[in-house]
Design a protein around this ligand. Structure first.
Ligand SMILES: C[S@@+](CC[C@H](N)C(=O)[O-])C[C@H]1O[C@@H](n2cnc3c(N)ncnc32)[C@H](O)[C@@H]1O
Length: 316
């Protein structure tokens, strides 16, 4: 399996086989244009590298809001950038625009954080390493997790952990946060995870009690649910006729948003390619534990003619 600097791309085989029907021919039969791939979550470039290597005729645009990912990719893809095959964009893919970045035959959004982001203590995503309570994927954002813990009211923190962390009863933890912050602000990951461990204790074997609290803070800092809804909707508008878009999610709230978007909200543009969600195989789960809880959904843009006849039929 392709492994790029401690990051193993999730469901790579599945994604390559989904891309094959739309990327394998050098030009689009409809418009005669060269094939184009859009990767809006570059990370360590695992999926991107596999696609560029497999399809030498494909050119690509790749987004990442983390400057470290862009710097890493500038080296890894030096040749492709010099050849004009790859354009890197530093920024949030909420800013993707077909007019500026072009239209695509295949697009991938591998939502969430990358392994290097999780593993670097100074990024503050993990309670297994002591680091600042940061959690920003985009280092230019102004609000860090520590700011949320310092500034949100008790009621706002309860709502946050309930809604985004799906913690059914965060009251005791929030009360303890609000009490402790009067004398000492929350600055490190282990300061917060230690408090949660003390107050909530271990309930589920193998699941750290801080897991859902950390997830809620991360989603809030990076506005990840807004990105899943609005960002992915925006990508659909840049798909060429018959093009496909694959979205990988890692938790239920995000998957629910993508499912609705594909099934109910983007029906003017296309349809989900499969009724059921795709999950990693047993082999992948064993070889790459970070694929756990991943879900893959695929959307296919319908031909404009087919859409028109579909809407005419509706009125017959
Ligand atoms: C799960 S990793 C992607 C891994 C990548 N597919 C690979 O194989 O190496 C997610 C990456 O997307 C970036 N990212 C997440 N949300 C983003 C957004 N809204 N806009 C731009 N980049 C984003 C993160 O900074 C991270 O580097």
């Amino acid at each position: 399996m392709t492994k790029v600097d401690n990051h193993t791309p999730v469901m790579l085989a599945e994604i390559l086989s989904l891309a094959d029907p739309v990327l394998s021919l050098p030009t689009s039969t409809l418009e005669g244009q060269a094939k184009r791939y859009l990767d809006v979550t570059l990370g360590r470039g695992g999926h991107l590298k596999a696609i560029l290597d497999k399809y030498p005729h494909v050119s690509a645009v790749a987004f990442d809001q983390d400057i470290d990912a862009i710097i890493y990719a500038q080296k890894l893809f030096e040749t492709e950038i010099a050849e004009g095959r790859l354009q890197l964009v530093h920024g949030n893919f909420l800013n993707y625009s077909p007019e500026v970045h072009g239209n695509f035959d295949f697009a991938l959004a591998d939502l969430g954080v990358s392994s290097p982001q999780l593993d670097q203590a100074e990024r503050g995503f993990s309670f297994y390493h002591t680091g600042p309570l940061d959690m920003r994927m985009d280092q230019s954002l102004t609000q860090k997790a520590s700011d949320i813990l310092a500034e949100y009211s008790e009621a706002q923190l309860i709502e946050l952990f309930k809604n985004l962390g799906e913690v059914s009863s965060p009251f005791r933890v929030v009360r303890a946060i609000v009490f402790d912050r009067k004398t000492k602000p929350f600055e490190t990951t282990t300061q917060l995870s230690g408090l949660i461990e003390r107050v909530d204790g271990w309930r589920k074997k193998g699941v750290h009690p801080a897991t859902q609290y950390f997830l809620a803070l991360r989603l809030e800092v990076n506005q990840e649910l807004v990105v899943a809804q609005e960002g992915v909707r925006g990508l659909a508008l840049g798909l060429k006729p018959q093009a496909r878009m694959a979205v990988l999610t890692f938790h239920s709230l995000e998957d629910r948003i993508i499912k609705r978007l594909f099934k109910e909200q983007l029906t003017q543009w296309g349809r989900p390619l499969f009724k059921k969600v795709i999950e990693p195989t047993r082999e992948e789960l064993l070889s790459n534990p970070r694929s756990r809880s991943s879900k893959l959904r695929v959307f296919e843009r319908i031909l404009q003619d087919a859409m028109e006849s579909k809407s005419k039929n509706k009125y017959r």
